[in-house]
Write a protein that binds this ligand. Sequence first.
Ligand code: ADP
Ligand code: ZN
Length: 432
Amino acid sequence: MPWNEKFECMPFAEMQKFQLAKLKETVDWLSERVPFYRKKLGEMGVAADDIKSLEDIVKLPLTVKIDLRDNYPFGLCAVPMKEVVRVHASSGTTGKPITGPYTVEDLDQWTECVARVLWAAGIREDDIVQNAYGIGLFTGGLGLHQGASRIGCTVVPTSSGMTERQILLMKDFGSTALFCTPSYALTIAERAEELGTPLTGLPLRVGVFGAEPWTNAMRNEIEQRMGISAVDIYGLTELGGPGMAYECEAKDGLHINEDHFLAEIIDPVTLEPVAPGERGELVLTAIQRRAMPLLRYRTKDITSLRREKCSCGSTLIKMDRITGRSDDMLIINGVNVFPSQIESLLTDIREVELQYALVVGKKKHLDQVKLKVEAKQEIYDGGPQKIGEVEKKIANHIQGMLGIHVQIELTAPKSMTRSEGKAVRVIDERPK
Ligand code: ADP
Ligand code: ZN
């Protein structure tokens, strides 16, 4: 049984009716209260009454990150500050922070969404959950804290960092679930191995990892090194943080909490909807939020949507795992490449660790991409010839699979910075 059977198993037609009513309410809410939206809707000559079916959503304006920056910090807030009971802000991976204000109702709905995620991951009230997402302004930490508390789990709010202490507490408390970014999960697993106490023998059995792109290959690596089952969770600060979408036991796509978030996929260039099932940019509309609902927010995240029967019983629409954000997409010799594609290929190479970064530079007006990846100790000890061989092997594998030439630099073991939150996979060294 899911956490919320009514909404997670709602028949499609009923869900659509619900969404349409909530969408119209949101359009009214915003045009009455937020000058930015009143102006936009007025210019486009559209009001709630013009939304007769969900397809009419395309009549509504798109919202982009710049709109949030222009109205920083609370210009898009639809309620007086005295009704705002919490403010979070993005970690600022790609620039100035983005603010996220919440009313009491918003916090309650957010908690509900995260509880669904954790329940679907098999987490119950007898679990001891170690929450190693950053607790603070970042939505990940408090978001998962609240969701786990609602289920009634024993929550251990370690926050991120101090890896050895994470391992110590995990052992002493007998943590059964771990929440953090996938790259930090790998950091913890690796440190435990270095200390001679791998995590595989511990009670830990499930990981809820998200906040950054990761691949199935990375999942396998973490599951093996931790002896757990790992699932993906997705969300963004602009729309209230984690809990928008989540994997169930099928681990085949992420269910979107579509009674709260209406999802569309658009072509990022033409801004038109793509054909059903095709990949493109995820656009989300918050249809139940109060403090700062956004209409048709362009997430910049690339995925596709599927409406299908899921073995878990949920009827919620699914999105495929995010391959990356369009900001991180590289164009190498005319081919579009996401760091996640490189990550998948690296797991085929046994001689390296999954510690890597793509360094983008410029040579004679042409973009040049170098892949830095960390060698395993025994390979590094093999000297320059061995290193050269492995570099060639990786370059050939990438050339063969993606058709692009990437310069490879094998680095010394432990030379790359270990992630405690969101890993930096693209380092841009091009002159600004
Ligand atoms: P920032 O933009 O500073 O990183 P957020 O914490 O709000 O701030 O990050 C949200 C973004 O993180 C999403 O738009 C997406 O790019 C990425 N993200 C979050 N969860 C996932 C996930 N499960 N898979 C891939 N990317 C994710
Ligand atoms: Zn499912």
